[in-house]
Design a protein around this ligand. Structure first.
Ligand code: ARG
Length: 578
């Protein structure tokens, strides 16, 4: 409320300037203070006194001018001029109460459906075939999925695009190696260690000339649509994606098999694409390769940067695929917006691919192409997150460790959760903690992965929010009254109510900026205000009047529902007891 009065006063100062009452150059510091004595209203400002000199008028006169202009604000019950020219504000508690009562009865908790629903493609997760999901894929997966949920919640049509790396010359080698393993009757388990599979295939390729020759032969056959090679390739994709699907399941990620739109999908489009770019005069032959020169990207000497779209040997590149993919998504889905959640190191690559797609006229003017860039995940030592021996950390193992740590945490707390709920509590805390650690940081910066900071019930963590939720559930288990009409009677209730009313604004900001940490910060502040409220405002005590009880229970209910909805939009589950 303080902030909105401040804002209102700033508007009035601008009005004074526009009406010629105040010089445009004048800068005033607008201060709104809480009054010490409520008999003088809720807030007070000395603005009229500050303006007396520059406006060459008496403070009382200016105070009257301000009050005249404030009259439209129906959140303010009354104003008065006090002493040498202070303005005191009496806030309409019933207005706040009316709004918060509405929120309580609204299944959408005050979050309106967008008036302008869009078709939005979210390109995220995007792991590579025959490789373990690496750390940057976790970030993309977790952040992308939260944004998908939020955009859908607002009423947009969202297309999940899992742009998996399922095409390229490495598949000759991988097919040859899969064939070798099959001939040796390898079981599914042996094939499931993708890191080892890839490494061993590479060793064979480098050391066995006969194997290498076969691998090269298989690339050509695969490219020309040979049935055997295609079926082997499909097997590799399936082995990888079955494993990734299990990770999605554990992490509560909404991606399914149907969302796979890998690089291979665009392969048949690449040749005609380069032909079209050539016909349009965009791609030119340079030393045998086809290159697009971009004036908007210059090298260190100020010359246009060249982007290779087809190599001398006829092969296409990662960028060529991204151009085709952008074109396809515009044509096929009629998208209005696309957000690609990829590592910040891919920034230039994406911008150049999109610039080419725009120059070629594949992207309608008003389509927004955005890179949801994110920083690296670092270990406690500030270096890229790796295993002790320097290898990539397997996501599966990371999740197992999170569960082991969550189990320990729960045991230390001696909680009295019934045995049949325990496993669910452990995994819900563990997966929430891992996801939230990632989501709560501004995605554009690198962040330090630290078990101790994420698996704790203190601070801006998922366990803290889950705990706040379960605490409210406990209040309801004890309550002997139903939630009822909210009446705001003190500061703690007021602050909590004000915060709850900000949910809509926060959700919209997250959708616009594709920044889930804003929602995390909001939920954390909400939970903190709730704890403060709960300390100051007893509920389940015999001396509390039943109407007060009912009012406070409604505030509990609204907080609980916003926490649950907010966490669910982040893909995190809540617990009734923990
Ligand atoms: N597969 C890529 C990687 O592992 C990420 C793909 C991002 N999306 C895109 N359209 N290029 O880094």
């Amino acid at each position: 409320m303080k902030a909105s009065i401040q804002e209102e006063l700033a508007n009035i100062v601008t009005q004074f300037k526009n009406e010629g009452l105040l010089d445009h150059e004048v800068n005033v510091r607008i201060i709104v203070e809480n009054t010490k004595d409520k008999a003088h209203g809720d807030f007070a400002t000395n603005l009229a006194m500050l303006l007396a000199k520059p406006m060459k008028k008496k403070p009382q006169e200016i105070a009257n001018l301000i009050i005249e202009r404030l009259a439209q604000d129906d959140r303010i019950a009354n104003t008065e001029i006090a002493g040498p020219g202070f303005i005191n504000f009496f806030v309409r508690k019933d207005f706040l109460a009316k709004q918060i009562n509405e929120l309580c009865n609204d299944p959408r908790l005050g979050v309106a459906l967008t008036s302008n629903p869009q078709t939005i493609v979210i390109d995220y997760s995007s792991p590579n075939v025959a490789k373990e999901m690496a750390v940057h894929h976790i970030r993309s997966t977790v952040i992308g999925d939260a944004i998908v949920r939020i955009l859908e919640f607002l009423g947009n049509k969202v297309i999940r695009a899992n742009h998996i790396g399922d095409w390229g010359t490495q598949f000759g080698m991988l097919i040859a190696y899969l064939e070798k393993k099959e001939n040796e009757h390898a079981n599914a388990l042996e094939l499931s260690d993708l890191e080892a599979f890839y490494r061993e295939a590479k060793v064979c390729y480098d050391e066995d000339p006969q194997f290498a020759e076969k691998a090269r032969f298989y690339v050509v056959k695969l490219q020309s649509g040979d049935e055997y090679c295609l079926s082997m390739w499909k097997k590799l994709v399936k082995i990888t994606m079955d494993q990734n699907q299990e990770i999605y399941r554990r992490l509560n990620i909404s991606l399914t098999e149907k969302d796979i739109m890998g690089e291979s999908l665009y392969n048949p489009m690449l040749k005609p694409l380069v032909e079209d770019l050539t016909n349009k005069g965009l791609a030119v032959k340079d030393d045998g390769a086809m290159v697009v020169y971009l004036n908007s990207f210059t090298d260190k000497d100020g010359n246009p940067r060249g982007v290779i779209v087809q190599k001398k040997d006829g092969g296409f590149l990662y960028t060529t695929t991204d151009i085709a993919c952008t074109k396809y998504r515009c044509e096929h889905f009629g998208m209005n917006r696309m957000i690609c959640f990829a590592d910040s190191r891919q920034h230039e690559h994406l911008l150049m691919a999109w610039e080419i797609a725009r120059l070629a006229g594949y992207v309608p003017q008003d389509v927004s192409l955005e890179h949801g860039a994110f920083g690296m995940m670092l270990g406690k030592d500030g270096k890229p997150f790796k295993t002790r021996s320097g290898g990539t950390v397997k996501l599966k193992e990371l999740l197992n460790e999170a569960e082991a740590r969550s189990r320990k945490l729960l045991e230390e707390r001696n909680s009295d959760i019934p045995d049949d709920e325990k496993e669910n509590v452990i995994t819900t805390i563990a997966m929430g903690a891992v996801k939230y650690a990632d989501l709560s940081k501004n995605r554009t910066t690198d962040y330090i992965f630290d078990w101790d900071n994420m698996l704790t019930f203190e601070g801006n963590t998922s366990p803290y929010l889950q705990y706040a939720y379960s605490r409210i559930q406990a209040i309801f288990r004890k309550a002997d009254t139903e939630p009822g009409n909210i009446v705001i009677t003190n500061e703690q209730e007021e602050e909590l109510a004000q915060k709850l009313l900000k949910f809509n604004e926060v959700i919209n900001a997250v959708a616009q900026k594709a920044m889930p940490h804003l929602l995390c910060a909001y939920l954390y502040e909400l939970a903190t205000l709730f704890m403060r409220f709960y300390e100051a405002c007893p509920i389940n005590k015999p001396e509390v009047e039943s109407s007060t009880k009912a009012s406070r229970l409604s505030l509990c209910k609204a907080t609980r529902d916003v926490l649950k909805q907010g966490l669910s939009l982040l893909g995190i589950n809540v617990l009734d007891r923990m």
